[in-house]
Design a protein around this ligand. Sequence first.
Ligand code: DC
Length: 231
Amino acid sequence: MSESAETPSSEVLAIDGPAGAGKSTIARRVADRLGWAYLDTGAMYRAVTREALDRGLEPGDAAAVAALASDLDLVLAPDGRVTVGGADVTARLRSPEVTEAVSTVAAIPAVRDVMVRHQRRFARENGRIVAEGRDIGTVVFPDARVKVWLDADPEERARRRLAETARAPGSDPADLQAMKARLERRDRLDSTRAVAPLKPADDARRINTTAMTPDEVVEAVLTTVQSALST
Ligand code: DC
């Protein structure tokens, strides 16, 4: 029996995929439609990174960042808000400096151990969850009832991310090619790390969202959930 059997009564929809594939938008909307809690695991790695940078730690200092992660009073609300030590940090997680450093922090095995424990506890406490990330269907909840892998062509992913960051305060409106290069760098770091790399679970339904509207992707994911739950 795998470790995720510690959540016997949970129902998990796992949504994984590379940066900019639309995971957050789709996961939030699907969670709303199903009435399930939403778990943004990327926000957790970002919260650790934010706190490390605020404290002047080097993101690559594995021992210091791991110690920080295990002491951090990190709370994920079912609506996606993140608090650290009671302070809402949600709006501070998507800055360029956090985005630049987060893959380094997420590659630290001891940080991942702490985050995975938080994620499984979230499932136990909330029962039915939509969890999005990079390793949800492979490592965190390998027994999830439904697994979806969202992807899109690199150019389209860069276009989507650019549209988001251009609205975020403090972000440089970088051009498409620069954004594409940054996404590719992050995907490379995420998919080549030793622990829990970015990759689809064998039993995930793969959806290429390049030519799809968010509404169409939401419907495709809901159809997958309905057919999985009715079997
Ligand atoms: O989805 P995002 O861009 O907010 O994720 C931020 C980073 O966190 C991403 O570069 C990889 C890492 N991450 C991870 O390693 N495992 C997860 N389950 C979620 C995110």
